[in-house]
Design a protein. Structure first.
Length: 742
């Protein structure tokens, strides 16, 4: 069974109930759809489906039956992201409805409220004036409010109740009551302006919200816009021509001049330059490039023209993959959002019940229907849960976009929440705290041995190995112009060393083991090397010790400062390494680390994570994403020190694209700020409803000292407060985009 995954824009969603309805339409009502993740912040749905069973048109029909519009890709669409496409349609739709509401509501309110204030004289109380009010209110009710009626009807017929139900009930109650008064000729007060103001004020909020939400995806759109639309292709005869970037194939050669962005990922085959890779890694320091160096699409060539052979094009480039990963992560739900989802599922029925109880109590207490009806309308309108549905996804989307710009990739929203709670950070040494490129610092043969022979045998034995220490030995041998050749056999001993057959002899290169019977000079050299923080490799031939080689990995330039910043953030950084205790502690003291767990084999790191978790700690593991995979997967948060082409997201939940250590404080600070913003948003969303529903129900009428406007909250004021709550949540999330993460 083949499956396909797409991001599709959805038009017409307003709250968490709308998102649930769209998800239900696709998952429950459409055969062939396997997953549907709706993102209210982006007005889109990520759907995974079997194209042999269900078509896009069928999915669109299912969604339309629930009152929403699924925007399908059309022939010739460019790479415009689904959020921007849906937002353009939504803003235009809201603007048209709002204009009609404003045009008719302004004269309606002026005439109606001016009459109530006695500004127009006796003519304004003539029966025909009420019919004029009806004429002005009707376009607002049935055009501006049409979307709410459609949404409410389809929501109810699908077995759910969303925000549209509350808005439609509130405005319709005021409108129908006024029509009844008019037709019965009872001479009672009409509330046409109330019905119109409810719809118009809420529509103002929806329009402002749609515009503000459009800014939540600016970070990702900025990344998408970095990629050039054309490339200078180098032909076989050496001539060049400018072509659309989509025509560049793997293996093609492109010319990139100074100041131009690389259109593809590739390898420099001619020339040398430096590149600004800040778009990819968040780091502004240029990176030197020469023949054989990798370059990445959307990064900028700075100093000289170079020719690049394309290795990854289109959606396979590092930048395209990062954008896709961030898009997917932005659509995921943080665990905290489940609280809002559960509340939204039962919210509307509860509010309708509260509104009916309010109507009954005030009708009984006051003896008349009219004031009781107005209080009921105010309760229905002020309780709309729009802000509740936007609280989490808007903050997550803005924060993840900022993280992507700064070289921090979160796999999903759950990773953000987990990272915000970590208190212990386990740091692998090689390649994390150190550069991962050790150099040989000493060669000591046993008495009577030869230094060159020792180095030659060790280098030949480790020639196939990719371990940093093995590569250091090989580099040293090559620097001395020693003759090297591949061993006949080679076996890597995880966490220990290698065993190879070289010219018929078995050569073992590995770390010293406790209990080894070693000559005094060798033992003394081992002890001194470890005190200096050096790694020690013993070299044996057919079981006979030949000597030792020491190497030391250079520390990351900012390791000490990063440790200080992590401690300042309230976390405990801990080194976890396979090195000997003394060597590990020497490095730890140099960078200010107070805790070290040494002598740990790769498979033992996962056990260390479990031990820390058993103590009640929330643990982050930082490693290279490959050797440390079990520990990364076991940790509450796995952080991979990635690169532009290997983002190592299979086991890690967070990747530092540039592989730079100073990205770690960014992760902690950004995660905590994102979760703080989510909590602030949820507070505001709940606060509006918890505080104002009782006000709308008339509780403050029991306190004569309270201002009249609060004791008798008008439905129009309720509509304004509800609209303001949603805009507040979105604007609060947008503040994240201006956050300083360094």
């Amino acid at each position: 069974m083949s499956t396909k995954e797409l991001d599709l824009p959805v038009v017409g969603m307003h709250c968490a109930g709308c998102a649930s309805a769209v998800q239900r339409a696709l998952l429950k009502k459409t055969e062939g759809v396997q997953e549907a993740d709706v993102n209210l912040a982006t007005d889109s749905v990520r759907v995974r489906f079997d194209p042999s069973v269900v078509s896009l048109d069928t999915m669109a029909q299912s969604v339309e039956a629930f009152g929403y519009q699924l925007v399908l890709p059309s022939v010739g669409d460019d790479a415009e992201d689904p959020e921007a496409k849906a937002r353009r349609i939504e803003v235009s739709k809201q603007r048209r409805a709002l204009l009609v509401g404003i045009v008719f509501s302004i004269p309606l309110v002026i005439l109606s409220m001016g009459r109530d204030a006695g500004l127009y004289g006796s003519w304004s109380f003539q029966p025909w004036v009420n019919y004029l009010l009806l004429l002005l209110a009707s376009p607002v009710q049935f055009y501006t409010g049409a979307g709410y009626y459609k949404g409410a009807w389809r929501s109810l017929t699908s077995g759910s109740a969303n925000m549209d139900v509350l808005v439609a009930l509130g405005s319709t109650t005021a409108y129908v009551y006024s029509v009844a008064i008019l037709l019965l000729g009872s001479g009672g007060h009409v509330y046409f302006e109330t019905a119109a103001l409810i719809l118009t004020l809420i529509k103002i909020g929806k329009w402002l919200e749609a515009r503000a939400k459009g800014r939540t995806g600016e970070a990702i759109r900025a990344l998408m816009n970095l990629a050039p639309k054309t490339a200078t292709l180098v032909e076989e005869d050496g001539s060049t021509k400018v072509v659309p970037v989509g025509m560049v194939q793997e293996g093609s050669v492109v010319l990139v001049r100074p100041g131009e962005a690389f259109p593809i990922d590739g390898e420099i085959i001619q020339g040398s330059s430096s590149a600004d890779e800040s778009a990819l890694t968040g780091e502004s320091v240029p990176v030197d490039k020469e023949a054989g160096s990798e370059v990445f699409g959307a990064t900028v060539n700075l100093t000289s023209a170079v020719q690049v052979r394309a290795t990854n094009v289109g959606s396979d480039t590092a930048m395209a993959r990062i954008i896709a990963l961030v898009r997917k992560a932005q659509g995921s739900k943080a665990p905290i959002q489940r609280i809002a989802d559960r509340i939204s599922a039962v919210f509307v029925p509860v509010i309708v019940a509260i509104a009916l109880v309010t109507l009954a109590i005030w009708w009984i207490v006051g003896g008349t229907l009219e004031p009781a009806l107005i209080r009921m309308v105010a309760v229905l309108v002020i309780a709309c849960p729009c802000a509740l549905g936007l609280a989490t996804p808007t903050a997550v989307m803005v924060g993840m976009g900022l993280g992507a710009r700064k070289g921090v990739l979160f796999r999903d929203a759950e990773a953000v929440e987990a990272a915000g709670r970590i208190d212990t950070i386990l740091l692998d040494k090689t390649g994390t705290l150190t550069r991962g490129q050790p150099r040989v610092t000493g060669i000591l043969p046993v008495e009577g041995g030869d230094e060159t022979d020792l180095l030659t045998l060790a280098a030949n034995a480790q020639l196939p190995s990719k371990h940093p220490l093995a590569q250091a030995v090989v580099r040293e041998a090559k620097d001395r112009d020693l003759a090297l050749h591949q061993p006949e056999e080679h076996t890597a001993l995880a966490g220990i060393g290698v065993r190879s057959v070289v010219d018929g002899s078995t050569i073992e290169v590995g770390r010293p083991e406790e209990g080894d019977d070693l000559p005094d000079p060798i033992q003394k050299a081992i002890q001194q090397s470890r005190e200096r923080g050096e790694s020690v490799m013993l070299v044996k031939q057919d079981g006979t010790l030949l000597g030792l080689i020491t190497a030391r990995d250079e520390l990351q330039a900012d390791a000490k400062r990063v440790i200080e910043r992590l401690v300042a953030l309230g976390t405990e950084p801990v080194m976890v390494t396979g090195d000997h205790e003394r060597a590990a502690r020497a490095i730890a003291e140099e960078i200010g680390l107070k805790r070290v767990i040494a002598g740990v084999l790769p498979e033992g790191k996962e056990a260390v994570v479990r031990e820390e978790q058993a103590k009640g700690k929330r643990v982050a593991m930082v490693g290279d994403g490959i050797n440390d995979a079990p520990a990364l997967a076991r940790a509450d948060v796995g952080i991979a020190m990635g690169s532009g082409t290997d983002v190592a997201l299979e086991t890690a939940t967070i990747t530092l694209v540039g592989g730079e250590l100073h990205g770690l404080p960014r992760v902690v600070r950004l995660s905590r700020k994102m979760m703080r913003t989510v909590h602030e948003n949820l507070f505001w969303a709940f606060a509006y409803n918890v505080a104002l529903i009782p006000v709308a129900a008339g509780v403050l009428a029991l306190f004569p000292s309270v201002p009249e406007a609060l004791r008798h909250l008008h439905p129009a004021m309720a509509a304004g407060a509800m609209a303001f709550s949603s805009v507040t949540v979105v604007l609060n999330s947008l503040r994240l985009g201006r956050m300083k993460v360094d």
